[in-house]
Write a protein that binds this ligand. Structure first.
Ligand code: NAG
Ligand code: NAG
Ligand code: NAG
Length: 129
């Protein structure tokens, strides 16, 4: 391959690569429902209900974000869970901060994320469940 055809390939690649990388598969499942934060025994939990019409055998992934920051962060213990609750006490320890949390279905198929309202660990409701 001559160096000019090489650089041409490279230039085509650099035009199309970003498009290839950003072409995420579309998630077609409905979102998890009733996403909420509650606290119990000094722990903070994210909980939700399954998407409408689908409830069995779903795997979920949860993330959180500090209010004012761009980046969503994976909650390591809730990356592949089959329960409808995630303990995010260790992620939301700063009582002076506000947070968001979100959850999506990752298997089978996937949903978009459902997000909480902004919450503070000190204000999170105590639910009796
Ligand atoms: C997921 O989000 C995308 C982009 O916002 C949207 O086009 C799509 O309809 C959403 N999927 C569902 C199932 O709501
Ligand atoms: C859920 O199931 C009901 C009854 O089968 C149907 O009418 C409705 O359109 C379904 N909703 C969604 C979002 O799939
Ligand atoms: C929180 O962190 C403590 C100490 O590192 C660890 O023992 C505990 O398992 C963690 N809990 C959760 C829910 O991540």
């Amino acid at each position: 391959m001559s160096s000019s055809s090489f650089s041409c390939c490279w230039c085509l690649l650099s035009i199309f690569l970003p498009h290839l990388l950003s072409a995420k598969p579309k998630c077609t499942l409905p979102c998890p429902q009733d996403v909420a934060i509650y606290s119990k025994n000094l722990h903070t939990f994210l909980k939700w209900s399954p998407p409408i019409n689908v409830s069995k055998g779903l795997v979920y992934r949860c993330q959180y974000k500090v209010y004012g920051e761009e980046q969503w962060v994976n909650i390591q213990k809730c990356m592949k869970i089959k329960t409808n609750v995630c303990d995010l006490s260790n992620e939301t320890i700063n009582y002076k901060e506000f947070y968001f949390a979100r959850v999506k279905v990752t298997h089978p198929g996937c949903s978009n994320y459902s997000r909480t309202e902004r919450f503070s660990p000190k204000q999170s409701k105590s639910l009796c469940i």
